[in-house]
Structure formats: C-alpha cells, structure tokens
Write a protein that binds this ligand. Structure first.
Ligand SMILES: Nc1nc2c(c(=O)[nH]1)N[C@H]1C(S)=C(S)[C@@H](COP(=O)(O)OP(=O)(O)OC[C@H]3O[C@@H](n4cnc5c(=O)[nH]c(N)nc54)[C@H](O)[C@@H]3O)O[C@H]1N2
Ligand SMILES: Nc1nc2c(c(=O)[nH]1)N[C@H]1C(S)=C(S)[C@@H](COP(=O)(O)OP(=O)(O)OC[C@H]3O[C@@H](n4cnc5c(=O)[nH]c(N)nc54)[C@H](O)[C@@H]3O)O[C@H]1N2
Ligand SMILES: [Mo]
Length: 763
C-alpha cells in the first residue's frame, strides 16, 4: 500500500564541494557543461543533431525559457544556451520508464528518491494506471484510460469538482483544445503555472497599461539608453538575454542591476559567439549594482521617484516627459502628492542601501530618454508584487518611456509557452468577451463563474470540494507551496491524472487512483492523419511562431497533447458539437478555430508558415492606452512592504540553481554561485552567521513562521555569501514545505516564495 509516500525531497546530503565563485558567466565552461549533459543523456551524435535544430528557423522551439529568437540572423551557437541544451537533453534522454520499470519499483520506493533521482529515470513510454490500494502502476490501454477518466468526471456531482492544471510548455493548439474541452465540460477550473509565476505582472500591467504582457521587442534592446534588470537572474534562467544586454551595451546603453545577490551572469559575462575573447575575465555588463534587501524594491523605487521629482523641481523638463504625461496618462498629481508623504529617511532602511548609490542610479534614469525595465520572480513572488510592478510603470510613465523604440516593459516569462497558453484561454477567469466568442463559434454556453487558481485549487482539494485533478504537464506537488498541505490535498482526490513526458514526484503523491498519460515532447515528430504536424508557441515578446520536432518519438505509444485532449473530450462529453477528431487530423483546423475566435490571429495558418512568425497586436507597444478602465495609462499609488521581521528572524527567498528547470533537476551543481554537488544549502550573510554562532557548512534546520503556524524543513548546510543582512536564499523545491499556503500576493494570489519568514536552528 502506498498511502503516505514522501511528498518532500529526502533529507540527505550529497557531498558538497565549495568553489570560488567564477569570474564570469557563459564562456567555455558553459559550452562544455552543456555538451556533457547532452552526451550523458542522449549520446553525442544524436545530441549534435538536436542542437542543430534548436531555435533555428525551421527547427523546434527551445523548451527552456520564453526568451525570443532574433527575427533575422541566427547563429548555430548563439541560439541555444547551456541551459537550453540541458533542457532538450533532458527530454531526449536515452532512459525510459516502461511498464516493466513500474512492475519493478513500487510507488513507495520511488517516492523515497530525490526529485533529481526521480527525474533521471527518464521518459514514460506507456499509459499506466494505479488502482485503489495498489502498490505499483501497471500498463493500461489508451482507450481504457480515457473511459476511466470520462466516467470519473461524469460521476462528479458538479463539474466544479474537477481541476484542470496546465504547465507552460503546452502548445497553442493543445491549450486551445484543452480550455475548450474544460469549458464544455462545465467549469473554469483552469489553474496554471502562471498563478505561481508572472500573475502579478499580468494584473499590474493590465490595470496600468491595458495589456498584461510586456511592450518591448528584442530589437528595442538595440535602441535603448538604459536597461534596468530587477529581480531576475538571466545568466541562469534566460541566458540568451545576456546577448541582448551585450548588444545594448555595445550600442552605448547602460545597465542597472537590482538584486539581493550579485548574480554572476549580470556582473561578468563572456560572449559565446566570440571564443577569442574568452581569455581573461569577461565583460562587466552591470554599470550600477544595487544590492537591495529582499522585498525592499518599492521603498527603493520610491526613493528613485523622489529623486526624480527633486531634480525636476530644480530643472523643469529635465526629467519628465510632459507631452506624454498630459496626452496619455492619468493620475500624476495623486502620485506626486503621495510621494510627498514619504521621507527618504523612512524609506532608506528598508532598502539596505546608502543614498549615494541610489542617487547614482537615479541620475542614470534621469538622464535617459529610453528605458527598458526587465523583471521576473524577484518581483512577482511577494505579498506586494503588484506594487513592485506598478511602481516601475510609474517611473516609465513619468519618463514617457513606453510605446516608443528602445523603451518599455519587459516582464521576462518563464515557461516557453506560458504566455501563449494565456492567450489561448488557459485562465480561471477569462473575460466574458473571450468566452462569448468561443460560445458563438462552438454553439454552447461556457460557464461564467470564475474557477480556482492554483492556491484555491489546492484548498478546494484539501477541503474535499474538488475530487479529480488533471495536470496537463508540470509537476504540481513539487512546484506548489506548503508541500505537506498540498500532498494531503492531492491524496484527498478520487483520481489524479498527469499528462507528462518524464517521471516526477506528482506521479507518486496521488489520489485514490491515478493515471499517467505519456505525451510527445517538443523535439519529437508529431504525425497525425494528414502527416507530420508542427505546433505554435508565443514567446515573451508576443511573437507567435512554429515549432517542429525532428526526433522519432521515444516510444510508439505516445500521443500528442492535442490528441489526448480530443480523446478525452470524446470519452467525456455527451453533447458536443466540436469536431474533435477532425481538429486533430490536421492542426491547421485548430488554428482556423483560433483565428475565428481570438483577436490578432488573422490569416494564422499562412502567417505562421513564415519561419519568423508574427507579432500579436500590443496596444502598449503602439502607445495606445484606451483599453484601461480610465482610457489612459494609469499612474498608481503603491504601498511600501509591510513585512516585519523580528531581530532573530530572517527573510528567505527560494531561487533556482544553475542546474535545474523548475522542479526538473539536471544536476546537483550551482556553478555560478560556487556550490557543487549539493542542493540542501542556505546562503547567509557572514555577519549574521557570526552573530548566531553558525560556521560555514554547519547543519541547520529551518522553521517558517506565519500567522502563529510553524513549518519545518530539516538539514541544510549554511554558506556565507554576499547577501544583505537578515536575508537568506535556499533552493526551490526543497524548501517549498516552508511556504505557507495562506501567504499569497495581494490580488495575484501568487505564493510568496520570495518572502518566507524563517528562524534558523543549529543542529
Ligand atoms: N535554466 C532554467 N531556466 C528557466 C527556469 C529554470 O528553472 N531553469 N525557470 C523558468 C521559469 S518558469 C521562470 S518563471 C524563470 C525564472 O527566472 P528568475 O526569476 O530569474 O528565477 P529565480 O531563480 O526565481 O530568481 C529570482 C531572482 O530574483 C532575485 N530576488 C529575489 N527576491 C528579490 C527581491 O525581493 N528583490 C529583487 N530585486 N530581487 C529579488 C533573486 O536573487 C534571483 O536573482 O526562468 C525560466 N527559465
Ligand atoms: N518555492 C518556489 N516555488 C515555485 C517557484 C519558485 O521560484 N519558488 N517558481 C514557480 C514558477 S515561476 C513556476 S512556472 C512553477 C512551475 O511549475 P510546473 O510547470 O508545474 O513545473 P515544471 O517543473 O516546469 O514541470 C516539469 C514537468 O513537466 C513535464 N513536462 C515537460 N515537458 C512536457 C511537455 O512537453 N508536455 C507535458 N505534458 N509535460 C511536460 C515533465 O513530466 C516534468 O516533470 O513553479 C513555481 N514554484
Ligand atoms: Mo515560471
């Protein structure tokens, strides 16, 4: 019986080695590390073939991050990066998880492994089923699997008892069919990884600029005066962004970095295109580094705003773009009045910085006409995340630095099609005009009641209000907060189903019965009735383009995600007028339906055959703001963080190592931070360690504290690091157990994975 399998990574050390922090990012080490992963996972000959097709105009889209490809020239080496190569090596791995594998290993035994060990087991080759009370998954036919799910869904008292999660790798075509199926089934319970990711960006940008997406294109980096990279670690998570930053610098732009950690990719960088330049240390990308305290960003941005106002008062017109403010915006007076209520003396301690360094950064902002702000999880996973982002918009609006070349917003997305999935309607609360179009096209009435987002889905399962969990990709148990609470939630379900490429912990922390449905990966050929198909995705800058796999599928028993949705719909829906089988015969048919129902996709099938793809309309890029509630771009009034920690407490942020893709752990190294072969570490300020009598590599237990509740994660090695006092960093997902389910962002409801209040206890 596998009733209470491990939901957390085992408390087990792997043999840490500490190294000096490298002097630069990328360079030869990156190429050799990438090739090593490719060689180990897929073999060298197949590996080179794979890399050749990655992000090339007729190849497949990197399943790594959502950073865009250049519209024009693409170089062999430039268009994949170390971590992109790891991502595809992971998918194209030689290792297989077959029915024999499942017959050999019980669920209980597999759950004792770490996420790293589980992931290395490889690709799932057949659909498998775990009956109630069974200890091992066993093979099931696709037909029986769909019938079983259809029956469970139809047995529910109400469609809202089912939850349909999506991770962000799902293609536009699969996502569109999936949301259509779910809405025809009768619910809007479509939580997605965005709820844990850039939700706050979407909320804040829609309110202020009328579009939940960023406004810049890659080309803008060639025309900007200043790039501010705040709360983001592109050297690890979006390595190809470093090339854009390098290009910006070459054209004379400056870079400000705002981060509690001096992330090596931003500080020092070696150009992968220029091996001759690898001798010696790299180029310093960052001109000004502000080592802000965790969650001190609103206070910092407010000081910058106050310094801008002070300069403008001294020298009218030197800072603000009055024409833009007058014609395009609303609320500037209220903003200026509100800024007056704060004193710099009050704000400064919250930043951990000194005024002189902030003044230096403010001077760059003051003197720049075209500014791009880039950000990611360092801003979006806090209680006041929407304030972080709205404060950035305030700065850009005062400068008139949006909707023109070289300027604007750049929320850097995570998953390679997370933005496209939202465009396709994967969201628990799509606006009525989207639903009206779907209803008219397919002749049904989709539900209007909003569904559950990720956190509310977990609570609903915990409270037994939801009974079936269906995951389209992803690794729900390891990606979500409050691991033990979420494990109870999943175990409460009658049925949990995962459409997956690789084995992960979510297959092992399951409902009373469970299914794994194995699907094709991005790099694989997708053959349907009309022949080989391609799929389409939307990158972080709103470019929709095609992606076509070149490898033979790792097993003959895989289905594509669109085919899985169509079969599921056939097995579940009684009165559907959607021609599910026809849509899957040729994905052009799906794209025609997308064209008919979603704005911006006119002539989709034609346009997407241009290898460069096409840009979706973007009102902020076009400097049109009439879609906001006020019909103008809105200044907003934002509150500084109310985070209060006691003297003996610390703030913990959970971050990614250089060797992982979210919950997929490629390896145990975090080369850029000088930590090898260990993930159970906590980075601490050296003085804090001394005060607490903690020495380098002492073992500590961590406790988080929220609303009087305590959670614990045991066994971490303390590492002295350059980080502000009372701030600490650990790796996700090992410390997700400490992130309280109730601790979420205002409006965004995103778990506050970057602000966890902890105490540290020496063992
Ligand atoms: N190789 C690889 N690529 C990836 C991923 C991956 O796991 N591996 N994940 C993908 C996904 S889904 C996403 S969302 C992105 C994530 O990309 P990132 O957001 O870069 O990822 P994190 O590791 O969460 O890093 C957050 C950064 O914010 C900083 N930070 C934390 N708190 C604060 C704060 O309060 N203020 C400021 N100013 N900075 C702060 C941290 O020090 C860290 O540098 O990457 C995507 N790309
Ligand atoms: N503490 C903490 N928690 C976090 C974060 C954090 O910074 N700190 N970050 C959050 C963020 S930004 C995100 S986006 C989420 C990520 O949450 P998820 O998207 O749920 O997690 P991933 O680890 O990306 O999912 C990996 C799994 O996806 C499956 N997979 C891979 N490719 C495919 C495919 O092509 N099709 C299908 N069907 N399956 C596939 C594989 O089986 C693999 O095991 O985690 C969030 N959780
Ligand atoms: Mo993400």
């Amino acid at each position: 019986m596998s009733k209470r399998t491990n939901a957390q990574n085992p408390e087990k050390f792997t043999g840490i080695e500490l190294r000096a922090i490298p002097k630069s990012a990328v360079g030869f080490k990156a190429i050799s590390s990438a090739l090593k992963h490719v060689k180990d996972e897929v073999g060298i000959a197949k590996g080179i073939g794979l890399l050749k097709n990655l992000n090339q105009t007729y190849g497949f889209d990197c399943p790594g991050c959502a950073w865009p490809d250049p519209d024009e020239k693409r170089a062999f080496l430039a268009e994949y990066c170390e971590n992109g190569a790891k991502a595809i090596a992971e998918e194209a791995t030689k290792n297989k998880v077959s029915p024999l594998f499942f017959a050999t290993y019980s669920v209980e035994n597999l759950a004792k492994l770490s996420d790293y060990e589980i992931g290395k087991k490889g690709r799932i080759t057949h659909p498998v089923y775990l009956p109630e009370g069974a200890s091992h998954y066993k093979e099931i036919s696709w037909k029986d699997a769909f019938e079983l799910i259809g029956k469970e869904l139809n047995d529910l008292n109400n469609p809202n008892e089912a939850i349909f999660y999506t991770s962000g790798r799902t293609s536009n075509e699969a996502a569109y069919l999936y949301q259509l199926f779910v809405r025809q089934f009768g619910t809007n319970n479509l939580p997605d990884c965005s709820n844990m990711c850039h939700e706050a960006s979407g909320v804040a940008l829609t309110e202020t600029l009328g579009i939940g997406k960023g406004s810049v294109t890659l080309e803008d980096f060639n025309h900007t005066d200043l790039v501010v990279v705040i709360g983001q670690n592109p050297g690890t998570n979006h390595p190809r962004m470093l090339s854009a930053l390098r290009d910006a610098k070459k054209k004379g732009s400056k870079i400000i970095t705002i981060n509690p950690l001096p992330e090596i990719g931003l500080m020092n960088y070696k150009d992968p295109q220029n091996p001759l330049k690898w001798i010696g240390s790299g180029q310093n990308l960052t001109d000004i580094f502000l080592q802000v305290k965790i969650n001190g960003d609103v206070a910092l941005l407010k000081i910058i705003l106050k310094l801008m106002v002070a300069k403008e008062e001294e020298d009218t017109g030197a800072v603000f773009d009055y024409t833009f403010i007058k014609e395009k915006t609303k609320g500037v007076e209220e903003l200026l009045d509100d800024l007056d209520t704060y004193s710099i003396a009050y704000l400064l301690p919250q930043t951990g910085l000194n005024l002189a360094e902030i003044q230096e950064a403010a001077n760059l902002i003051i003197s720049s006409k075209k500014i791009i702000f880039c950000w990611a999880m360092g801003l979006t996973q806090h209680k006041n995340s929407i304030d972080n982002i709205r404060e950035i918009v305030n700065i850009l609006l005062l400068k008139g630095s949006i909707g023109k070349k070289g300027a604007g917003t750049c929320p850097v997305r995570g998953h390679s099609n997370v933005q496209g999935d939202r465009t396709m309607g994967i969201c628990e609360k799509m606006p009525d005009n989207f639903l009206d179009k779907i209803d008219a096209e397919f002749d049904f009435k989709s539900p209007r009641k909003h569904g559950y987002d990720v956190v509310n889905a977990i609570k609903a399962m915990y409270q037994k209000k939801a009974k079936v969990f269906f995951g389209m990709g992803g690794n729900f148990i390891s990606a979500t907060p409050d691991t033990e609470y979420t494990a109870t939630a999943l175990r409460n379900c009658k049925l949990t189903v995962h459409v997956s490429t690789k084995l992960n912990r979510s297959h092992l922390v399951h409902g009373k019965t469970a299914l794994i449905l194995p699907c094709l990966g991005r790099s694989e050929k997708d053959t349907q009735f009309s022949g080989e198909q391609f799929i389409t995705v939307e990158n972080s800058m709103g470019v929709v383009h095609s992606s076509k796999g070149h490898l033979n599928p790792c097993s003959e028993d895989l289905l594509s995600e669109p085919a899985i949705v169509a079969s599921l719909a056939n097995a579940t829906l009684k009165n559907t007028k959607v021609p599910w089988n026809k849509l899957v015969r040729n994905y052009d048919f799906i794209r025609s339906k997308i064209e008919a129902t979603i704005p911006g996709f006119k002539d989709y099938n034609n346009k997407v055959r241009d290898p460069k793809g096409f840009y979706l309309p973007n009102n902020a890029r076009a400097s049109k703001f009439d879609s906001t509630p006020t019909g103008k771009a809105n200044f907003t009034i934002n509150e500084v963080s109310d985070l209060k920690i006691k003297e003996h407490q610390f703030i913990m942020m959970t971050v990614r190592t250089h060797d992982q893709y979210n919950t997929t752990i490629y390896g145990l190294n975090d080369r850029y931070r000088g930590v090898l072969n260990e993930r159970r570490v906590i980075f601490m300020n050296e003085n804090d360690m001394e005060k607490k009598g903690i020495k380098k590599l002492d073992i500590v237990n961590l406790q988080s504290h929220f609303n009087g509740e305590t959670r614990e994660a045991k066994g971490f090695l303390a590492i002295p690091y350059s980080i502000p006092s009372q701030c600490t960093a650990t790796y996700f997902p090992e410390t997700n157990v400490l992130v309280p389910i109730q601790s979420t962002g205002k409006i965004s409801n995103t778990p506050t994975s970057k602000t966890v209040i902890i105490t540290i206890h020496k063992r």
